[in-house]
Design a protein around this ligand. Sequence first.
Ligand code: PMP
Length: 391
Amino acid sequence: SNTNSQVSEPPACLLKPLEVPNKLLMGPGPSNPPPRVLAAGALPLLGHMHPEFFEVLDDVKAGIQYVFQTKNEWTYAISGSGHAAMEAAVVNLLEIGDVALVCQNGIWGGRIAEMVDRNGSIVKKLVRPMGEVFSLEEIEQGLKEHKPKLVFVTYGESSSGSAQPLEGLGDLCRKYDALLLVDSVAIAGGAPLFMDAWNIDVLYSGSQKVMGAPPATSPISFNQRARDVIANRKTKVRSYYLDAAELANYWGCDENPRRYHHTCLVSSIYALREGLARLAEQGLEKSWQEHRKCAEMLYEGLEKMGLEMWIKDKAIRNPCVTTIRVPEGVEWKKVVDHLMKQHKIEIAGALGKDLLGEIWRIGIMGHNCTPENVNRTLQALKEALDLYWKK
Ligand code: PMP
């Protein structure tokens, strides 16, 4: 007999039930979805071309328009995590040789720059230390010097904890005939954001932070200026999967009948719909207020323990992700591990090597944004510091 054709044993690990611990996710994302969102993900499957599912897509579109405060027709969710939306923005807006001005004050500018480079486009960078933000003056300088087709900024930086002021930036980009691309993955829904009023041309986010759905789908919106740039491309978008015009058709954003493009993530869209519904019921302004209030509680509690925030100026802190200076003599990881082992609470250290050992990051997002969760986290942190911080 031919031994090569013998069926191997089924993997023993799969013959045991799936077990997952229940953790409180107070890191920079994902956050815990509320039970209704998880339940929505378990609803009966529909086909991705069924009329009932198109209605769910329409709800999601309306929800994203609300969270982004936009009337843009091309507003939908990319099938994939935040990186897929980043890549969608880059490959649709830029062609080979086009110049992008990337403002980098943390991980995310670096990631976008890498994507721009892989797309055959040209990266020009403005760089600031993590925790600082960019002034309109220096961005204007960059616009004058590099004449980019696109400017990228991160609104809510999750690696440094900063929030880039956006007012006036859209107008500035228009003055120099550049598109403004903004990353709002770690902040949309948790702080004021007005895509249309602030003249943001392309904006994306992610399902798994303030929107409170599992990671899987990434809201994105293109305004008319961005659509014109896409319509006037000389070359095809280099990604089939992320082609914005094709996705717009599937999401019912043009006058043509919806065509199959790829099998949409049906259950993940249910979950996103419920996350957006939760935000709609709460009301955006209330959500912004709650995130601000819980962030203030967190700052106060941390300062009471003798800790210092990484970013001194409250006005440029991302309320959804707080960065804390690790005190001299404390091993950051022991504290993180203590919270996880003793309390099943996730907080994080640095992302990337730049601030490794220097900061902790605590996220307060969406369903997790409650005074109870802030207090639980503070208490657990105090316990860990009593053990590991010898003053
Ligand atoms: N941008 C920011 C600001 C983020 O915080 C994240 C996720 N940490 C991303 C982009 C990428 O999202 P994802 O991990 O879902 O691909």
